[in-house]
Design a protein around this ligand. Structure first.
Ligand SMILES: [Ca+2]
Length: 304
């Protein structure tokens, strides 16, 4: 009996590990392709072209924005209509600002490799406390109960908003494949919207299952006139729940767009669809190589 009990224990541990990692091992060929959405522009607002946008949220006529790059990172309160920065807090130069969310009367801001979170009083930007986390900090949002953090992989991390302890993980997947490079996040009407880094695509995903519910193709937002200065990738989603308005922008973009999503009729999703299939370790290494090359603040700072 002892032997059997031990064997069951090991098997149970194995099953628990499988459940914890929740890695889809077999592509489900029967899963239908999720719908693909395009957009229409409702309004265009000015955006600071020197803001390397890494976190974006909306409340009461203002955007709250976290910007990145070492030596240029900040927390901002920005008037939507004018793009005017009405309050700013510059981070110490060793911190690279990342995801941002509003939790009650607080603002919570992540940093990239420093793995340090800052909690501020929303009204004054007074720093209340810091916390740490185990992987890189990319995007941040919340579902009303948990904070939800991305780290550039296909995994989202749910955190207790008071103690900042991890409570669960969610693997984001589409037809059996993990969706890598999840970046800025926004919780919108029961779904999570995520920028897919280095693309002009968002995914809409289920916070319960991690399954992709739709792809959003945002190509063509910027026109040729917007490339007079260097612009970086699409990043930054904010939602006005009161008036059901969706805002998007990008790193160093001169404009912020209010958009309305439109389902593409008969689209095969060529522009925004499945990412290439990557083995888990290969993807991890690929991610870090890309991060090293593209997100290093030094070469970007040289532009200014
Ligand atoms: Ca956001």
């Amino acid at each position: 009996m002892r032997r059997r009990g031990r064997a069951f224990g090991l098997w149970g541990t194995f099953l628990a590990l499988l459940a914890f990692t929740a890695w889809p091992t077999t592509p489900r060929a029967v899963e239908e392709a999720p719908p693909v959405y395009g957009y229409e522009v409702v309004r265009v607002y000015p955006h600071d072209p020197e803001a390397f946008t890494q976190g974006l949220v909306y409340e009461g006529g203002f955007l709250y924005e976290s910007t990145g790059l070492h030596g240029r990172s900040s927390l901002r309160k920005v008037e939507l209509e004018t793009g005017r920065v009405v309050k700013i807090h510059n981070l110490p130069p060793e911190f690279f600002g990342e995801g941002l969310t509003i939790w009650g009367d607080r603002l919570i801001q992540l940093t990239w490799r420093e793995r340090t979170g800052f909690v501020y009083e929303k009204e004054t930007f007074r720093l209340l406390r810091t916390f740490t986390y185990a992987t890189e900090g990319w995007g941040l949002t919340h579902d009303g109960r948990w904070l939800i953090r991305s780290d550039g992989t296909a995994t989202l991390y749910f955190l207790d908003p008071e103690a900042f302890r991890e409570v669960k993980r969610l693997l984001v997947h589409d037809r059996g494949r993990p969706v890598w490079f999840l970046n800025e996040l926004e919780y919108v009407r029961g779904e999570i919207y995520a920028n897919v880094w280095q693309t002009e695509c968002l995914v809409r995903l289920s916070p319960q299952t991690g399954r992709v519910l739709g792809w959003v193709d945002l190509s063509g937002l910027l026109g040729p006139e917007d490339h007079a200065r260097p612009v970086d990738v699409l990043n930054g989603i904010a939602y006005d729940a009161t008036r059901d308005r969706l805002f998007v922008t990008g790193k160093l973009w001169p404009k912020l767009f209010e958009i309305r999503l439109r389902r593409k009729a008969g689209s095969s999703g060529r522009e925004c669809s499945l990412p290439p299939l990557m083995e888990k370790e290969g993807a991890r290494h690929a991610a870090h190589r890309l991060v090293d090359r593209e997100r290093d603040g030094d070469h970007l700072r040289a532009r200014f």
